[in-house]
Design a binder for this molecule. Structure first.
Ligand SMILES: [Fe+2]
Ligand SMILES: [Fe+2]
Length: 274
Protein backbone atom coordinates (compact mmCIF):
# COMPACT_ATOMS: atom_id res chain seq x y z
CA UNK A 1 0.00 0.00 0.00
CA UNK A 2 2.12 2.91 -1.25
CA UNK A 3 1.20 6.50 -0.45
CA UNK A 4 -0.94 7.90 -3.26
CA UNK A 5 -0.07 11.54 -2.69
CA UNK A 6 2.36 13.62 -0.66
CA UNK A 7 2.24 16.82 1.32
CA UNK A 8 4.27 18.51 -1.42
CA UNK A 9 1.43 17.82 -3.86
CA UNK A 10 -1.05 20.09 -2.05
CA UNK A 11 -1.94 22.97 -4.42
CA UNK A 12 -1.32 25.82 -1.95
CA UNK A 13 -1.36 28.34 -4.81
CA UNK A 14 -5.11 27.81 -4.97
CA UNK A 15 -5.63 28.58 -1.26
CA UNK A 16 -8.23 31.33 -0.86
CA UNK A 17 -8.46 32.79 2.66
CA UNK A 18 -11.71 34.52 1.71
CA UNK A 19 -13.38 31.16 1.25
CA UNK A 20 -12.46 29.68 4.64
CA UNK A 21 -15.56 28.89 6.68
CA UNK A 22 -14.51 29.64 10.30
CA UNK A 23 -17.00 27.13 11.69
CA UNK A 24 -15.73 24.35 9.45
CA UNK A 25 -12.18 25.35 10.37
CA UNK A 26 -12.96 24.55 14.02
CA UNK A 27 -14.06 21.02 13.10
CA UNK A 28 -11.05 20.49 10.82
CA UNK A 29 -8.68 21.41 13.67
CA UNK A 30 -10.21 18.60 15.74
CA UNK A 31 -9.95 16.16 12.83
CA UNK A 32 -6.27 17.07 12.32
CA UNK A 33 -5.45 16.06 15.90
CA UNK A 34 -7.34 12.76 15.77
CA UNK A 35 -5.66 11.84 12.49
CA UNK A 36 -2.26 12.77 13.80
CA UNK A 37 -2.73 10.41 16.73
CA UNK A 38 -2.29 7.41 14.42
CA UNK A 39 0.96 6.25 16.05
CA UNK A 40 -0.93 5.24 19.16
CA UNK A 41 -3.38 3.26 17.06
CA UNK A 42 -0.52 1.47 15.30
CA UNK A 43 0.96 0.54 18.70
CA UNK A 44 -2.41 -0.68 19.91
CA UNK A 45 -3.09 -2.71 16.74
CA UNK A 46 0.44 -4.16 16.78
CA UNK A 47 -0.23 -5.45 20.30
CA UNK A 48 -3.64 -6.88 19.44
CA UNK A 49 -2.31 -8.60 16.28
CA UNK A 50 1.06 -9.50 17.79
CA UNK A 51 1.52 -12.78 15.84
CA UNK A 52 0.14 -11.54 12.50
CA UNK A 53 3.08 -9.99 10.60
CA UNK A 54 1.02 -9.29 7.47
CA UNK A 55 -1.50 -7.25 9.39
CA UNK A 56 1.16 -5.48 11.44
CA UNK A 57 2.98 -4.40 8.27
CA UNK A 58 -0.29 -3.16 6.75
CA UNK A 59 -1.11 -1.31 9.98
CA UNK A 60 2.27 0.45 9.95
CA UNK A 61 1.72 1.77 6.41
CA UNK A 62 -1.85 2.68 7.34
CA UNK A 63 -0.46 4.70 10.24
CA UNK A 64 1.91 6.58 7.91
CA UNK A 65 -1.05 7.59 5.75
CA UNK A 66 -3.20 8.62 8.71
CA UNK A 67 -0.39 10.79 10.05
CA UNK A 68 -0.13 12.41 6.64
CA UNK A 69 -3.83 13.21 6.87
CA UNK A 70 -3.20 14.93 10.19
CA UNK A 71 -0.22 16.84 8.81
CA UNK A 72 -2.11 18.01 5.70
CA UNK A 73 -5.14 19.14 7.71
CA UNK A 74 -2.95 20.86 10.31
CA UNK A 75 -1.06 22.69 7.53
CA UNK A 76 -4.37 23.85 6.05
CA UNK A 77 -5.58 25.03 9.47
CA UNK A 78 -2.34 26.96 9.94
CA UNK A 79 -2.85 28.72 6.58
CA UNK A 80 -6.43 29.52 7.50
CA UNK A 81 -5.51 30.62 11.03
CA UNK A 82 -1.83 31.55 11.50
CA UNK A 83 -2.36 31.65 15.28
CA UNK A 84 -3.12 27.92 15.32
CA UNK A 85 -0.24 25.99 16.92
CA UNK A 86 -0.58 22.34 15.84
CA UNK A 87 2.31 21.10 18.00
CA UNK A 88 0.91 22.65 21.16
CA UNK A 89 -2.60 21.46 20.33
CA UNK A 90 -1.32 17.93 19.75
CA UNK A 91 0.63 17.93 23.04
CA UNK A 92 -2.51 19.10 24.85
CA UNK A 93 -4.58 16.42 23.13
CA UNK A 94 -2.18 13.62 24.05
CA UNK A 95 -2.13 14.85 27.65
CA UNK A 96 -5.91 14.55 27.75
CA UNK A 97 -6.62 11.45 25.71
CA UNK A 98 -4.69 8.19 25.28
CA UNK A 99 -5.60 4.82 23.88
CA UNK A 100 -5.07 1.71 26.05
CA UNK A 101 -1.51 1.19 24.76
CA UNK A 102 -0.84 -1.72 27.12
CA UNK A 103 -3.83 -3.70 25.83
CA UNK A 104 -2.87 -7.11 24.50
CA UNK A 105 -6.29 -8.04 23.21
CA UNK A 106 -8.90 -6.00 21.43
CA UNK A 107 -11.24 -3.80 23.42
CA UNK A 108 -13.86 -5.19 21.00
CA UNK A 109 -13.52 -8.70 22.44
CA UNK A 110 -11.89 -10.37 19.43
CA UNK A 111 -9.71 -9.61 16.42
CA UNK A 112 -12.68 -9.91 14.08
CA UNK A 113 -14.53 -7.45 16.30
CA UNK A 114 -11.55 -5.09 16.20
CA UNK A 115 -11.55 -5.23 12.40
CA UNK A 116 -15.29 -4.52 12.26
CA UNK A 117 -14.65 -1.41 14.36
CA UNK A 118 -11.73 -0.38 12.12
CA UNK A 119 -13.93 -0.79 9.04
CA UNK A 120 -16.61 1.40 10.62
CA UNK A 121 -14.11 4.12 11.49
CA UNK A 122 -12.93 4.17 7.87
CA UNK A 123 -16.56 4.28 6.64
CA UNK A 124 -17.06 7.28 8.90
CA UNK A 125 -13.91 9.11 7.85
CA UNK A 126 -14.50 8.37 4.16
CA UNK A 127 -18.00 9.88 4.45
CA UNK A 128 -16.77 12.81 6.55
CA UNK A 129 -14.05 13.90 4.13
CA UNK A 130 -16.34 13.34 1.14
CA UNK A 131 -18.82 15.65 2.85
CA UNK A 132 -16.11 18.29 3.46
CA UNK A 133 -14.94 18.00 -0.17
CA UNK A 134 -18.50 18.54 -1.41
CA UNK A 135 -19.27 21.33 1.07
CA UNK A 136 -16.24 23.60 1.15
CA UNK A 137 -15.65 26.35 -1.37
CA UNK A 138 -11.99 26.64 -0.37
CA UNK A 139 -10.00 24.97 -3.18
CA UNK A 140 -7.00 23.69 -1.18
CA UNK A 141 -9.25 22.09 1.45
CA UNK A 142 -11.41 20.57 -1.29
CA UNK A 143 -8.28 18.99 -2.79
CA UNK A 144 -7.00 17.70 0.57
CA UNK A 145 -10.42 16.33 1.60
CA UNK A 146 -10.81 14.56 -1.74
CA UNK A 147 -7.43 12.85 -1.41
CA UNK A 148 -8.08 11.85 2.19
CA UNK A 149 -11.57 10.50 1.37
CA UNK A 150 -10.03 8.24 -1.28
CA UNK A 151 -7.39 7.04 1.21
CA UNK A 152 -10.06 6.27 3.81
CA UNK A 153 -11.97 4.19 1.30
CA UNK A 154 -8.83 2.17 0.59
CA UNK A 155 -8.27 1.76 4.33
CA UNK A 156 -11.79 0.41 4.65
CA UNK A 157 -11.07 -2.15 1.95
CA UNK A 158 -7.80 -3.07 3.65
CA UNK A 159 -9.47 -3.77 6.99
CA UNK A 160 -12.36 -5.54 5.24
CA UNK A 161 -9.90 -7.92 3.55
CA UNK A 162 -8.33 -8.77 6.91
CA UNK A 163 -11.77 -9.06 8.52
CA UNK A 164 -12.78 -11.63 5.91
CA UNK A 165 -9.59 -13.56 6.59
CA UNK A 166 -10.37 -13.70 10.31
CA UNK A 167 -14.01 -14.52 9.64
CA UNK A 168 -12.90 -17.71 7.96
CA UNK A 169 -11.05 -18.83 11.06
CA UNK A 170 -12.60 -20.39 14.14
CA UNK A 171 -14.40 -17.75 16.18
CA UNK A 172 -15.66 -15.71 13.22
CA UNK A 173 -18.54 -13.47 14.27
CA UNK A 174 -22.15 -13.78 13.13
CA UNK A 175 -23.48 -10.85 11.18
CA UNK A 176 -25.77 -9.58 13.97
CA UNK A 177 -22.86 -9.62 16.39
CA UNK A 178 -20.81 -7.68 13.85
CA UNK A 179 -23.65 -5.23 13.35
CA UNK A 180 -23.88 -4.65 17.10
CA UNK A 181 -20.16 -3.85 17.22
CA UNK A 182 -20.52 -1.57 14.19
CA UNK A 183 -23.43 0.37 15.67
CA UNK A 184 -21.63 0.57 19.01
CA UNK A 185 -18.59 2.08 17.30
CA UNK A 186 -20.72 4.61 15.44
CA UNK A 187 -22.20 5.62 18.77
CA UNK A 188 -18.72 6.26 20.18
CA UNK A 189 -18.42 9.30 17.93
CA UNK A 190 -19.64 11.29 20.92
CA UNK A 191 -16.98 9.87 23.26
CA UNK A 192 -13.91 11.65 24.57
CA UNK A 193 -11.63 11.45 21.54
CA UNK A 194 -13.31 13.99 19.26
CA UNK A 195 -14.53 16.12 22.15
CA UNK A 196 -11.01 16.41 23.59
CA UNK A 197 -9.57 17.06 20.11
CA UNK A 198 -12.11 19.82 19.53
CA UNK A 199 -11.31 21.45 22.86
CA UNK A 200 -7.52 21.23 22.38
CA UNK A 201 -7.68 22.27 18.73
CA UNK A 202 -9.71 25.34 19.54
CA UNK A 203 -7.75 26.99 22.32
CA UNK A 204 -9.02 25.04 25.36
CA UNK A 205 -11.63 27.68 26.09
CA UNK A 206 -13.19 27.18 29.53
CA UNK A 207 -12.95 23.97 31.54
CA UNK A 208 -13.13 20.73 29.56
CA UNK A 209 -16.60 19.26 29.45
CA UNK A 210 -17.08 16.26 27.20
CA UNK A 211 -20.74 16.82 26.39
CA UNK A 212 -20.47 20.47 25.48
CA UNK A 213 -17.32 19.94 23.39
CA UNK A 214 -18.86 16.93 21.71
CA UNK A 215 -21.92 19.00 20.86
CA UNK A 216 -19.81 21.89 19.63
CA UNK A 217 -17.96 19.54 17.29
CA UNK A 218 -21.14 17.80 16.13
CA UNK A 219 -22.87 21.10 15.42
CA UNK A 220 -20.12 21.93 12.93
CA UNK A 221 -19.63 18.45 11.49
CA UNK A 222 -23.12 17.01 11.11
CA UNK A 223 -24.37 19.87 8.97
CA UNK A 224 -21.88 18.91 6.26
CA UNK A 225 -23.55 15.61 5.34
CA UNK A 226 -25.91 15.06 2.47
CA UNK A 227 -28.01 11.94 2.18
CA UNK A 228 -25.62 10.32 -0.29
CA UNK A 229 -22.71 10.59 2.16
CA UNK A 230 -24.68 8.79 4.87
CA UNK A 231 -26.04 6.26 2.41
CA UNK A 232 -22.59 5.38 1.13
CA UNK A 233 -20.99 5.19 4.59
CA UNK A 234 -23.73 2.94 5.93
CA UNK A 235 -23.61 0.76 2.80
CA UNK A 236 -19.91 0.16 3.48
CA UNK A 237 -20.60 -0.66 7.14
CA UNK A 238 -23.44 -3.02 6.22
CA UNK A 239 -21.22 -4.79 3.72
CA UNK A 240 -18.64 -5.45 6.46
CA UNK A 241 -21.41 -7.19 8.41
CA UNK A 242 -22.62 -9.17 5.36
CA UNK A 243 -25.91 -7.32 5.03
CA UNK A 244 -26.89 -6.26 1.52
CA UNK A 245 -27.06 -2.43 1.53
CA UNK A 246 -29.84 -2.49 -1.06
CA UNK A 247 -31.80 -5.21 0.76
CA UNK A 248 -34.93 -4.32 2.71
CA UNK A 249 -33.07 -4.27 6.05
CA UNK A 250 -30.20 -2.23 4.61
CA UNK A 251 -32.55 0.36 3.16
CA UNK A 252 -34.48 0.56 6.42
CA UNK A 253 -31.29 1.06 8.44
CA UNK A 254 -30.15 3.77 6.03
CA UNK A 255 -33.46 5.62 6.36
CA UNK A 256 -33.28 5.35 10.15
CA UNK A 257 -29.68 6.59 10.12
CA UNK A 258 -30.59 9.63 8.01
CA UNK A 259 -33.64 10.35 10.21
CA UNK A 260 -31.52 10.14 13.38
CA UNK A 261 -29.03 12.57 11.86
CA UNK A 262 -31.85 15.04 11.14
CA UNK A 263 -33.10 14.72 14.72
CA UNK A 264 -29.63 15.28 16.11
CA UNK A 265 -29.18 18.36 13.94
CA UNK A 266 -32.47 19.77 15.18
CA UNK A 267 -31.62 19.15 18.82
CA UNK A 268 -28.17 20.69 18.35
CA UNK A 269 -29.72 23.74 16.70
CA UNK A 270 -32.00 24.31 19.69
CA UNK A 271 -29.49 23.50 22.46
CA UNK A 272 -27.61 26.37 23.98
CA UNK A 273 -24.09 24.89 24.17
CA UNK A 274 -21.40 26.87 22.37
FE1 LIG B 1 -7.45 9.46 8.02
FE1 LIG C 1 -8.13 5.91 7.42
Amino acid sequence: MAAHWHLDDIPWATFDAGKVDPELLRAVKAAALVEHNADDYVTYLSNVFADDPDFRAAARQWGVEERQHGAALAAWCKRADPAFDPDQAMADFLAGYRLPLDAESSVRGSRAGELVARCVVECGTSSFYSAIRDHTEEPALRWIAGKIAADEFRHYKLFLDHLRRYQQQAGGLGRWRRLRIALGRINEASDDELAMAYWCGNGKLGAYDRDSQSQAYARRALGLYRFEHIQRGLAMALKACDFAPQGRFGQLLTRIGWWLLQQRRKSLATSSAA
